[in-house]
Design a protein around this ligand. Structure first.
Ligand SMILES: *Cc1c(COP(=O)(O)O)cnc(C)c1O
Length: 460
């Protein structure tokens, strides 16, 4: 029998925002003007916006009520102390430094730990994370398991760190050249794939013996914890909060983009157990973000962050529904035989653009083109996660050629219903029928770093 409680959203809607669909001719004009880059579209030209789940969540009434309780003192806001208590309770870290968003935390972390010539391993790269590591003088090394680079390979914890790869790196460069490892849980660029508790424990065991710090990229940590609860032996009867406490206990610090699993529109933090790092991070945050008791956030922002994160760990239905909506979209696409990354991850469905356009070579930007064509077909905005996002190798100046050439269909938290997901599936099905008529793109404007945000293209 169907479990009724699992069939519908665990919330009802109190306020709505009208959205409009443009005609196909208007969409063709809009995307051409945007240089075939969905980041450059105006939001008003988008019908269903699945560009990102970052900062796009709908907040709860509890969070909105908290916004009215903002203590906008320059120093020592009560909302800051509440945020510290909430994060300590859920993650266990002793100290917290607020930042305007995740990359603010990455910046301070990288500056503190990295010396010129260091090496930083991670379970696949993330764009801003790797850039901050490189800007601080380090070389990034991908130590994710091989399965993560194969879109059709099923694995319950495709985000896991490959300890053998880590060991190899240590033997090549020496442990004193590796200040820390970043463990993204789950791994955004691999398709939202989770890391298992067992793997995290093993990473911690390996690193602690060698004085390598373990840093958690916690942007979607609650979604990772949900996967552990569903898939890993021994966690079925634990709630997301208990799982999160254990996961964080294997790490020394975290960087957090609150724009993801704290269900807010802006915010972040850096948290750690090491007191020296805390003292130094507080010195840095006042230079780059704001005073160490607001870090670029208003008091009301910190209250919304604290309430959003607290709520999501007090009612497992919030995260569970969110992940199951992603799965709903994934199932719809799989039933239509659209090639997607399997299994479906926690925040997005990733379409395999190489399989969608097998005739387009990777330097004609198949994923960039696929995202543009999905918009033309349906008014749905998605984003490229392939060769454009990977950027150029700073040493050789050549394109980095990632194995994965993907389009990310990212679902904002609590914003769209499953009817919107049905539209996405229908639109991509229509595009699939005309896929052989689609040609490649050429890049006509290329920023030096994080080029995917502002690069421009033309049809070949
Ligand atoms: C979003 C994100 C970041 C960066 O956070 P911002 O809030 O966008 O600065 C870092 N790591 C991962 C995995 C992310 O998804």
């Amino acid at each position: 029998m169907v479990d009724l409680s699992q069939m519908a959203e665990p919330f009802k809607i109190k306020m709505v925002e009208p959205i409009k669909i443009r005609t196909r001719a208007e969409r063709e004009k809009a995307i051409a003007e945007a240089g075939y880059n969905t980041f450059l579209l105006k939001s008003e030209d988008v019908w269903i916006d699945l560009l990102t789940d970052s900062g796009t969540a709908a907040m709860s009434d509890y969070q909105w009520a908290g916004m009215m309780l903002g203590d906008e003192a320059y120093a020592g806001s009560k909302n800051f102390y509440f945020l510290c208590d909430v994060v300590k309770d859920i993650m266990g870290y002793k100290y917290l430094v607020p930042t305007h968003q995740g990359r603010g935390a990455e910046h301070i972390l990288s500056r503190y730990y990295i010396r010129e010539g260091d090496h930083v391993p991670g379970n696949m790269y993330f764009t801003t994370t790797r850039l901050h590591q490189e800007m601080a003088g380090a070389t990034f090394h991908d130590v994710i398991i091989d399965e993560a680079h194969n879109p059709s390979k099923e694995h319950p914890f495709k985000g896991n760190v490959d300890i053998a790869k880590l060991e190899k790196l240590v033997s090549e460069v020496g442990e004193d050249k590796i200040p820390y490892i970043t463990v993204g849980a789950p791994v955004n660029m691999a398709g939202g794939q989770p890391v298992s508790m067992a793997n995290m424990k093993e990473v911690a065991g390996f690193c602690r013996k060698r004085n390598i710090k373990v840093v958690l990229d916690a942007a979607r940590v609650l979604e990772n914890c949900y996967f552990i609860q569903q898939r890993e032996d021994g966690y079925k009867d634990k709630n997301i909060k208990e799982i999160c406490q254990e996961l964080c206990s294997y790490t020394d610090a975290c960087t957090m983009s609150a724009k993801k699993d704290a269900y807010v529109n802006i915010g972040g933090w850096l948290a750690m157990n090491d007191e020296d790092f805390f003292i130094e991070a507080k010195k840095q945050v006042v230079v780059y973000e704001g005073l160490h008791t607001y870090g670029g956030m208003a008091g009301r922002d910190m209250e919304a962050v604290a309430r959003g994160f607290k709520e999501a760990t007090e009612n497992d239905e919030i995260v569970s529904w969110r992940v199951r909506q992603v799965e709903y979209l994934g199932n719809g696409l799989m039933q239509a035989d659209i090639p997607i990354v399997r299994p479906v991850g926690g925040h997005a469905v990733f379409v395999d653009a190489k399989a969608f356009f097998p005739n387009l070579p990777q330097d004609q930007f198949p994923a960039q083109q696929l995202a543009a064509q999905i918009y033309i077909e349906s008014g749905v905005r998605t984003m490229e996660r392939g060769i454009v996002s990977a950027g150029r190798d700073p040493a050789t100046g050549e394109h980095r050629i990632p194995k994965l050439e993907l389009v990310r269909i990212t679902i904002p938290r609590r914003v769209y219903t499953n009817s919107h997901m049905d539209v996405v599936v229908e639109g991509i099905k229509n595009l699939w029928k005309r896929r052989n008529d689609v040609k490649g793109l050429k890049m006509v404007f290329e920023p030096e770093s994080l080029r995917f945000f502002q690069a421009r293209f033309e049809q070949m």
